[in-house]
Design a binder for this molecule. Structure first.
Ligand code: COA
Ligand code: HC5
Length: 633
């Protein structure tokens, strides 16, 4: 059989996927029944913005980041592109047709473009990490006890997913698409030679096991009793003890490190790995598990103020082949990571879902682990968790060695600084009647400008989940208004009153862009859609996409994302440009957790310096607002 069956993440349908990776007609729709579906059906469809609106807005976002000559050139290209009867109009019609025919014109394209076609390793370049507040334990018993509670907490959340009793989420007063919740458990990514795929265990055969990895050795752990009830915390604890004592050897091949490699190389190694039946069965068991739990070896000790930064890299890459990078299966959608020293968190493979569903799972699990354990444990003996075997041929060994080398290069290259900005949180911007998110983004703009004396293309994630199967669009935080503010802020010729007015204007403009983005009227996914439509139509690439301005606009020196959580956790991800920063933040009421990342191989960037500048910028902005009496405004 030439074609294989795979399930797309974007739609809850079975598709045939040809070996080339192209999706073809659905063959046997399988839909999730009940409340979920009726909610989903009530959601609006993602609109296609008007062509002229996108062209105008695109030009406006270029103004602070390209020079006048480039801007004028782009203006001409855009005029040509959008003229009546021109290429733009034709592509726009194609997009509108696609929007009529599909549930979401963007989601399949986005999944393939942003994730499945992206060939860099998922580690650092795609998969985010989450660090939980440090736990009290500092030994193996504590680690096991917490792991057992965490597993029970995730299973409790899973019950809500299975019963479709998850509370529907809201943004800006509108209900959000809940589809991503149904994609995060029992799913996995598969490497391909040119394109990856994401898969999800079939609902008619739901898995009942998780995988646990310790000292690079994987185990299948059944987490349900024969009557369908989940194992209790005590039962899970006993099972984890068994896993631990069956994996004491520390000289095992770190097979999981293969998943950290560049995707084409891993695709090739994968095909070779699963030629062996034992290996194939073991890989399948990991893939189809509900999630993975990584019981990590202790990481190097650091002082308290460096702890969070060290924990962030533990979640992002595991510290290298000497430490815990082999104690992972990076293609698994969800991996919970628990160290012996009280470090705890998770990493997730990004293709199936955005951060917010993962974080709401975390919030639930953290609350669950705080509850006292009342459940009585049945006295039935449980089977030994099954150790997964791998036959390591010389070729596989060579692939492992290569993956170790590449991983260690990535580890050395990633610079992460976590700061807890403790001076204020959402409270201060709110008292000044400003959007906290916009205030933080302006802080980032100011920090960047002070460091480089220029503005840069800036990405902030905006949720499109108001729409059926919505993922994200881009809020371009660098605007004419942000540029006016950052340039004025340190200008001694400017009065404070003028600076306040410019800050207010910049914050309002950012909030307005956010509203436009979450309502499906931003420019980036529309431009991407027009470009992909041109590829699909086999027409020549419109010049606006081959233009220097387009390259500058998509070179994000600042790649940022707000992921709010109830739990005081730190979220982190790597930069998306070799000379860029990744900045993820969790704004709480009275403090803000920031993780700033950069690459050591770039001489111009430094995560700690950027974090310091950011802290100073936010303090200076507050000082400005507080030292300028309201009466004068
Ligand atoms: N005066 C007083 N309060 C204000 C205000 C103002 N002018 N503007 C906003 N606020 C309040 C809001 O009411 C809100 O109150 P709450 O704390 O009670 O909820 C709070 O400040 C936060 O609002 P704001 O800072 O404006 O941001 P937001 O919560 O609307 O979030 C985005 C903005 C862009 C982060 C959000 O729209 C979004 O898209 N989130 C998803 C991002 C995502 O998916 N990230 C992960 C990608 S993997
Ligand atoms: C646990 C927090 C994860 C946040 C991840 C995130 O923000 O991913 C962005 C997804 C998107 O489509 O905007 C991508 N980004 C990391 C490059 C900002």
């Amino acid at each position: 059989m030439l074609s294989i069956l795979a399930r797309t993440m974007a739609k809850d349908l079975w598709y045939k996927v040809k070996p080339c990776g192209r999706l073809v007609r659905p063959v046997a729709p399988t839909r999730i029944p009940g409340r979920y579906l009726s909610h989903q059906e009530g959601l609006p469809k993602l609109p296609v913005p008007a062509l002229q609106q996108t062209c105008e807005r695109y030009l406006a976002t270029l103004e602070p980041i390209v020079d006048e000559e480039e801007l004028n050139h782009t203006k001409e290209l855009l005029a040509e592109f959008q003229k009546a009867g021109g290429v733009g109009e034709r592509l726009q019609k194609g997009l509108e047709r696609r929007a009529r025919k599909t549930e979401n014109w963007l989601s399949d394209w986005w999944l393939t473009t942003a994730y499945l076609d992206y060939r860099m390793p998922v580690v650092v370049h795609s998969s985010p990490g989450v660090v939980l507040p440090r736990l009290e334990f500092s030994d193996r018993q504590g680690q096991m006890r917490f792991a057992a509670k965490l597993i029970a907490g995730v299973l409790d959340f899973k019950t809500m997913i299975d019963n479709e009793t998850l509370p529907v989420e809201y943004l800006g007063g509108k209900q959000l698409c809940m589809n991503q919740y149904y994609q995060i458990l029992s799913s996995w990514r598969v490497p391909g030679l040119k394109r990856d795929s994401v898969n999800h265990a079939h609902r008619s055969r739901p898995p009942t096991h998780i995988t646990v990895v310790h000292n690079f050795q994987f185990f299948v752990l059944d987490v349900y009793n024969s009557d369908g009830t989940p194992l209790t915390v005590d039962q899970l604890y006993m099972q984890l003890e068994k896993v631990w004592s069956s994996s004491l050897q520390t000289n095992k091949e770190p097979i999981g490190i293969l998943t950290s490699n560049q995707r084409n190389s891993w695709g090739k190694a994968y095909n070779n790995l699963i030629k062996d039946k034992t290996n194939k069965d073991s890989v399948r068991a990991i893939q189809k598990s509900i999630f993975t739990v990584c019981l990590d070896a202790p990481m190097p000790c650091v002082s308290d103020d460096l702890y969070r930064s060290r924990a962030a890299v533990q979640m992002l890459h595991g510290g290298g082949s000497r430490w815990n990078s082999g104690n992972r299966w990076f293609d698994k959608t969800l991996q919970f990571i628990i160290g012996e020293d009280g470090s705890c968190g998770l990493m997730y493979e990004h293709a199936p879902a955005e951060g917010p569903p993962i974080v709401s799972l975390i919030d639930h699990v953290v609350e669950y682990t705080k509850k006292s354990e009342m459940v009585r444990t049945p006295m039935v003996p449980l089977p030994m968790p099954q150790k997964l075997r791998f036959n390591i041929t010389p070729e596989i060994k060579k692939d492992i060695e290569k993956a170790k080398q590449n991983m260690n290069i990535m580890v050395h290259d990633l610079d992460v600084k976590v700061i807890v900005f403790s001076h204020f949180g959402k409270n201060v911007p709110k008292t000044h009647k400003m959007s906290p998110d916009a205030f933080i983004q302006m802080g980032l703009q100011l920090a960047y400008y002070r460091m480089y004396q220029r503005c840069c293309a800036t990405y902030e994630s905006a949720s499109l989940r108001m729409f059926k199967l919505g993922r994200t669009d881009t809020i371009r935080s660098c605007s004419i208004d942000s540029a006016n503010f950052v340039k004025a802020m340190d200008d001694p010729a400017k009065q404070n009153i003028e600076k306040v007015t410019l800050l207010e204007k910049a914050v309002k403009a950012h909030r307005a862009y956010t509203d436009m983005a979450i309502h499906g009227q931003a420019i980036d996914r529309h431009l991407l859609g027009l470009k992909l439509q041109a590829i699909e139509d086999l027409t020549s690439m419109p010049e606006i996409f081959m233009d220097t301005s387009y390259a500058v606009a998509n070179h994000y020196n600042l790649s940022t994302s707000q992921v709010p959580a109830k739990t005081d956790c730190v979220m982190c991800f790597g930069p998306v440009a070799p000379d860029g920063y990744g900045v993820c933040y969790n704004p709480m009421a009275e403090h803000i957790n920031f993780a700033v990342s950069a690459f050591n191989s770039c001489n111009e960037t430094n995560a700690a310096h950027m974090a310091e500048r950011l802290e100073q910028a936010l303090l200076d902005m507050r000082m400005l607002l507080e030292s300028t009496p309201k009466a004068k405004l």
